[in-house]
Design a protein. Structure first.
Lengths: 110, 110
DNA sequence: GCATTATATTGACATACATCGATGAAGACT
DNA sequence: AGTCTTCATCGATGTATGTCAATATAATGC
């Protein structure tokens, strides 16, 4: 898998490869998914448990149920979270393997 | 300095402290600064050199000079970059110490 | 002083986004 | 079948954002 380092290590010389526009687009979309305080809060809660029911999220944030649903859709479409339906309930969970590339893009050493 | 881990390590239990709204707001603002492909590209270029002249950026992206200036302002106000004026030229440089907290928020181990 | 060059700011416009109330879809329970 | 609960989608509305042309600012050189 290609490693996208938006911020390469300090070492790199002047011939560091330039990010192509497709990569920049994809990264921007994923950062945009985190560019809202409610979604940061949702991700924070998802990270604290194996999975979280939508009902817990609508209870935790002082926003309408459609609004929470809207934010979850954005996180889903960015590929950062995954949903599993069991009966009437929907359980969301964070996808660590989707977050990892963002860390790498910010210059994580590995 | 308080460490903000939006995504704590895998270990954490159900009583993981919840992100307060002020922290969520600040993180969202910084992620929003990275939520545009042009700005991702700018940051990428800034990371590849000690400092970059605005003129190089306006040449590199197929956008008007005011638009580049606008994006640089957003990165500046998010505290991710810094500008130094020398004569007629403005040189921008990335602030690694500002990017680091974002990496930590995404669950970097240290 | 005047022309030129490098950036920033302003104003306008079109598009994207966050939010809500209303409604829809599907499972659970009686 | 009918009702209740859970969640998603739709439609509307106000605000934020990306973009550019025009203009302002400020340094350089003649």
């Amino acid at each position: 898998m290609k490693t996208l380092q938006v911020i390469p290590a300090i070492c790199c010389g002047p011939d560091t490869p330039v990010l192509d526009s497709e990569d920049a687009e994809r990264l921007a979309t994923q950062f945009r998914a985190l560019a809202d305080p409610t979604r940061v809060g949702i991700v924070n809660r998802l990270a604290a448990a194996a999975e979280v029911c939508v009902c817990d999220l609508t209870a935790a944030f002082d926003l309408s149920q459609p609004t929470i649903s809207h934010h979850l859709r954005i996180l889903r479409e960015a590929g950062l979270v995954e949903v599993t339906k069991r009966g009437t309930w929907s359980y969301y969970r964070l996808l660590p393997e989707a977050v990892e590339p963002l860390r790498l893009a910010l210059g994580a050493s590995s």
